[in-house]
Structures are given as structure tokens and as C-alpha cells.
Design a protein around this ligand. Structure first.
Ligand SMILES: Nc1ncnc2c1ncn2[C@@H]1O[C@H](COP(=O)(O)OP(=O)(O)O)[C@@H](O)[C@H]1O
Ligand SMILES: [Mg+2]
Length: 353
């Protein structure tokens, strides 16, 4: 093979990279767009980018390790089951489907964080500055001051109070994110843009992200800078919603804004689907709204599994030790719904990749 005989310090273009990899040039173009590990070019000529063979060869080796699927959870309305859905997906992906999962909690409400590690642990971490608020706060430091975000200490390994869940890690949130987000948004434009404020999370996690099969990002209920940081690393997003008028109202706006943001990056962020939450089969409003969502072809696909409204699911927010997911999510349909929903989620995500 040609690549084996090439020294590491030769210069190559996309055509040669494709040859080295034994794939077509469109495939290489896709890697460049989608895979954050793709080496940066040494220079961009008018004929295209130029790379060194060494980094390219190392990259091609690493490509054999599969990439994480990074999926954001978004809804502009609170109380629609966003956190419950994300926590359930994380726990089922790990406990029932054997996936390695990283949860990134960007919502200042910190609910997902306390579901996964409990109130007490969160307070300790927050006191020590081991939350994502520190990452964003670092971006606000005056020139010359050294950043204090510590990924190693912030990353919480093997979280969840359910014994059957073994491979969920967490980057915790903080209430302080509200304040940080406001300050990021009002930074004088020169410095703020030179810092590239939507790249902060990406830079912080790029080294660990491919240790996981799935990365789930719980975004705040707005499309501010913190949410954009979540979208920046995402290949797709889901929209959990209660099937009523108020909760579904903002969906087209989310679609439009995410599409605009993805376009501005030259990337694709896939619409994975709408997840119906707190479903009441005996409610006419719920049944009608679901039908309208399903019939509207401009909206993302509606997952066929609905999460029913159940006391056990409401109780799943408490950080209480349990042996199995069945015990946590309940025998009255809660467990089965989350299991089926997660299975569908995996299919849709893998299909879109
Ligand atoms: N399927 C469900 N059945 C019963 N209660 C639920 C269900 N899903 C969520 N809840 C409850 O509804 C409230 C809002 O849910 P949450 O997931 O925190 O929403 P969000 O993150 O969108 O604000 C919480 O008290 C949660 O426990
Ligand atoms: Mg929430």
C-alpha cells in the first residue's frame, strides 16, 4: 500500500488523503466536516487544504475507534420532561443497552445533575468550582489570568443511583451558569468574539468525547450562548414535549435557529425527533396534538413510543438507591416506555449518522 511507504513529513492534499485512506474524496470531505479529530491543514491554498502525512496517518488509525454520537435535548419551555427524558435515556442506554454514556448538564436548573449524583454531592462540587460554570467563567477572565476549569476533577464517573447503571459519566451544571451566561452575552464584542464563545465546550471535551458511545447534552430552555456551545458539539437533537398547544408552540423556531446555526458553521445538526412526554391517553387534547405533530411534515419525526404520565416517573427525579431500572421507572408501563423509546432513539441516531 502506498501510505506505508510514505515518510511522515510529506505534504498532501485531499486527493492524496483519500488515496491513503482508500476511500473517495467525498468521504474525506465528510470526515473533515463531521469529525473533530480530523487534523487541521498546514495551509489553505486556492487549490484546497494541505496536510502533513504524519497527522493524517495517525488520524486514519484512530478512525477505527468509533465516534461518539452527540445529541442535545432542547425545548424552549420548561417543565416538559426535558430532564426526565435525558436522564432516562442515559440510564437506559447504559443499563439496558450497554452503551458508555457521558451526560453534559448545561441547564442552570441543575436538575439532571442532582438526579444523577444527588443534592449533597452537587453542593460539594459547586463549592469547589468543579462544575461547567467554571469553564464558561474562565472565558470572562481578564487577559493573563489563568483558567481554573479542571476537567479531570469536574468529570463525575459512574454516576446514577441505580446499581444496574454502570457507565454513565457526568459533567455537572451549576446555578451560577445563569449569571455567567448573562455576562458572556454582554461582553464587549471585540474580546468576546475573539474568544469564540460557542467553542468553549468543544475545546474542553474534545479529548474525552470519543471515550463514549453516546453523549447527551441537556440544554437550557433558550437559544443563548450556553445552548449554542451544546449544539456546537452535537450531531443531532431531540425535542421532548408534552403534547399540548403551549409546549409544542416553539418547535418550528427551534428547528429554524438550529438550522441557521449549523449553516453558519457549515455543519449538519440532524433533527432526530420529537419525544412525547407526560402522555395521557384519556386526554383529547393530548391525542389531538400528537396527531397534529405526526401529520405536520415540516416538523421532526415523532417517536412512536410516548412516555406516559406516571407517578413512578415523577419519582425518578429523587436520588434514591435502587437495584434495577424496573424498580426506578415502575412496573406500570414506565420501564417499558423508556426501554422502547431508547431503542427507537438508538435506531434513529445511528440512521442519521
Ligand atoms: N412521564 C412523567 N410522568 C410524571 N411526571 C413527570 C413525567 N416526566 C416529567 N415529570 C415531572 O414533571 C416535572 C418537569 O419535568 P422535567 O423533566 O424536570 O422537565 P424540564 O426539564 O423540561 O423542565 C418534574 O417534576 C418531573 O418529575
Ligand atoms: Mg430540566
Amino acid at each position: 500500500m502506498r501510505d506505508a511507504s510514505e515518510p511522515d513529513d510529506r505534504f498532501v492534499g485531499l486527493f492524496e488523503v483519500a488515496e491513503m485512506a482508500g476511500v473517495g474524496r467525498t468521504v474525506v470531505a465528510n470526515w473533515r466536516r463531521r469529525d473533530q479529530r480530523f487534523p487541521a491543514p498546514v495551509v489553505n491554498l486556492r487549490s484546497g487544504p494541505v496536510f502533513r502525512t504524519g497527522p493524517i496517518r495517525r488520524y486514519l488509525k484512530r478512525r477505527n475507534t468509533p465516534m461518539a454520537h452527540v445529541i442535545s435535548t432542547i425545548n424552549l419551555k420548561g417543565g416538559v420532561g426535558k430532564t426526565t427524558t435525558t436522564a432516562g435515556l442515559a440510564e437506559f442506554l447504559s443499563g439496558e443497552f450497554g452503551k458508555r454514556v457521558l451526560v453534559i448538564d448545561l441547564d442552570p436548573q441543575t436538575n439532571l445533575t442532582t438526579v444523577l449524583i444527588g443534592e449533597k454531592k452537587w453542593e460539594d462540587l459547586n463549592d469547589d468550582g468543579y462544575t461547567l460554570a467554571t469553564l464558561f467563567r474562565d472565558a470572562l477572565l481578564p487577559e493573563g489570568e489563568s483558567p481554573s476549569f479542571d476537567l479531570e476533577k469536574t468529570l463525575q464517573r459512574n454516576v446514577s443511583s441505580v446499581d444496574a447503571v454502570s457507565k454513565v459519566d457526568l459533567l455537572p451544571s451549576s446555578l451560577d451558569l445563569i449569571d455567567v451566561q448573562d455576562r458572556l452575552a454582554s461582553m464587549p464584542s471585540g474580546r468576546y468574539y475573539s474568544n469564540n464563545p460557542t467553542e468553549l465546550l468543544r475545546r474542553a471535551v474534545r479529548k474525552i468525547i470519543d471515550n463514549y458511545d453516546y453523549v447527551l447534552v441537556d440544554c437550557p430552555p433558550n437559544l443563548g450562548i450556553v445552548t449554542l456551545n451544546g449544539l456546537r458539539i452535537s450531531h443531532g437533537y431531540i425535542i421532548p414535549t408534552i403534547p399540548d398547544v403551549l409546549s409544542t408552540y416553539g418547535i418550528p423556531q427551534i428547528q429554524r435557529r438550529v438550522r441557521d446555526f449549523a449553516d453558519s458553521l457549515g455543519e449538519t445538526i440532524n433533527e432526530i425527533g420529537i419525544i412525547v412526554t407526560k402522555y395521557k391517553a384519556n386526554s383529547t387534547v393530548h391525542r389531538n396534538t400528537v396527531r397534529e405533530l405526526e401529520d405536520d411534515e415540516k416538523l421532526p419525526v415523532v417517536l412512536s413510543t410516548f412516555i406516559p404520565e406516571k407517578n413512578d416517573i415523577a419519582g425518578s427525579a429523587d436520588f434514591v438507591g435502587r437495584a434495577t431500572l424496573r424498580q426506578k421507572y415502575g412496573y406500570q408501563g414506565g420501564f417499558d416506555a423508556f426501554h422502547a423509546m431508547t431503542e427507537e432513539f438508538i435506531e434513529l441516531v445511528e440512521e442519521s449518522a
